[in-house]
Ligand binder design. Structure first.
Ligand SMILES: *Cc1c(COP(=O)(O)O)cnc(C)c1O
Length: 373
């Protein structure tokens, strides 16, 4: 029996990166917060995304919350978002005390459905829309931004799974008013701990984000904005991310190559595969839909193939909401149906051909057993 195939390998992803060099550079500088590494990373990442500003932050969830605060979302406002994206956007909306208005997703991409958004806007007035590029697949962001612009609503992109996904020469994070990123270690661009960023081209918004990440300070010890906190990225993480950023496109290609092999191999099987394996998908997670997900997972588990479910409980069904009224539209048929069928297969940079072969063989073995029954 061959070895285990993990869902992700930090070791394979960080191989060949001079982590110690980056760390020593910071240690020897004796400057650990908001110094040259942070400033340089912010410039380099903004350039990569194709926007004017990047404000580095402590994590991705803060980036969503502070983005909404920078757009002046306050308690009592409502925010439109999907319910199948791990509660991250919901955490940000709830932290502000705003109301989440959940929008159903498109059956093929599992990203926000523009049609469902239009329907919501016919009877509700959200002040912002959070669009998650789920699994690394760019949403129908151009159409959503157009719908939002017509209604005078700002769009925040959650790019925490979509670093580098692009369509028409534009990269995730450059379509909406603000693009939010996480650099959690397993993300397509990951630090050696927590990290996040918000990118935008608007100077005023960038200035607000900088104030919000540091207590609401206008200048030192002078607090001007409410909703501030300490949400700084430290120099070590920025230095590590600077080492890794030049490799992002290559890692994304490696992930996409794995996804392409899976999509081609599973073509004849009764599964729903990734809706795109082009540049608009950076394969953060390779997710298929299977009718009997539990027996599928058990079968792959026996073959020592790791699987996971991203995410098992739709946001509007989370226990935290049980005694609160969430939204007038709590029935999200596509979100609910897909939550019972989605399953994530191993897909990561550095994954070997042999590992991909083993996953494919195990998936075939499951369906052969199924059809024999
Ligand atoms: C990981 C993730 C986040 C949160 O990032 P943290 O850095 O863990 O706070 C937000 N949104 C999505 C879609 C994510 O995958």
């Amino acid at each position: 029996m061959a070895g285990k195939v993990p869902l992700f390998s930090i070791e394979a992803s960080n191989r060949g990166i001079d982590l110690a060099g980056a760390f020593n550079r910071v240690a020897n500088s004796n400057w650990f917060i908001l110094g040259n590494e942070v400033t340089s990373f912010e410039r380099e990442f903004a350039e990569y995304i194709g926007v004017d500003n990047c404000v580095s932050l402590a994590n991705g969830t803060d980036s969503l919350e502070l983005a909404l605060r920078a757009l002046d979302i306050t308690p009592g406002d409502s925010v439109a978002l999907v319910a199948n994206a791990g509660f991250y956007g919901s955490t940000a909306v709830n932290a502000i005390g705003a109301r989440a208005l959940y929008v159903d997703v498109d059956a093929a991409s599992l990203n926000m459905s523009p049609a469902a958004l239009r329907e919501l806007l016919s009877c509700e007035n959200p002040r912002a829309i959070v669009v998650t590029h789920l699994y690394g697949q760019l949403a129908a962001i151009e159409e959503i931004v157009a719908i939002a612009a017509q209604a005078g609503i700002r769009v925040v992109e959650d790019c925490a799974q979509a670093h580098g996904a692009m369509r028409g020469g534009r990269i995730a994070g450059s379509f909406g008013a603000i693009g939010c990123f996480s650099f959690y270690p397993t993300k397509n661009l990951g630090a050696l701990g927590d990290g996040g960023a918000a990118v935008c081209s608007d100077q005023v918004i960038a200035q607000k984000l900088k104030m919000l990440r540091q207590y609401g300070w206008n200048t030192k010890y002078s607090v001007e904005l409410s909703g501030g906190r300490n949400s700084r990225m430290d120099e070590v993480q920025a230095a590590i991310l600077r080492e890794k950023l030049p490799h992002l496109n290559d890692w994304n290609s490696q992930r996409r190559a794995v996804a392409r092999r899976y999509n081609a191999a599973f073509n004849d099987l009764p599964v729903t595969t990734a809706s795109s394996v082009d540049a608009d998908y950076v394969a953060h997670l390779y997710v298929i839909r299977v009718r009997d997900r539990d027996s599928f997972r058990a079968c792959l588990g026996e073959q020592h193939i790791a699987t996971e479910v991203h995410y098992p409980i739709p946001d509007h069904w989370q226990a935290v909401y049980t005694d609160r009224s969430v939204s007038p539209r709590e029935h999200l048929p596509v979100t609910e149906r897909s939550a019972a069928e989605i399953v994530t297969l191993p897909c990561f940079p550095g994954m070997t051909e042999a590992q991909v072969d083993r996953v494919i063989e195990s998936v075939y073995a499951y369906f052969e057993r199924e059809s024999a029954q």
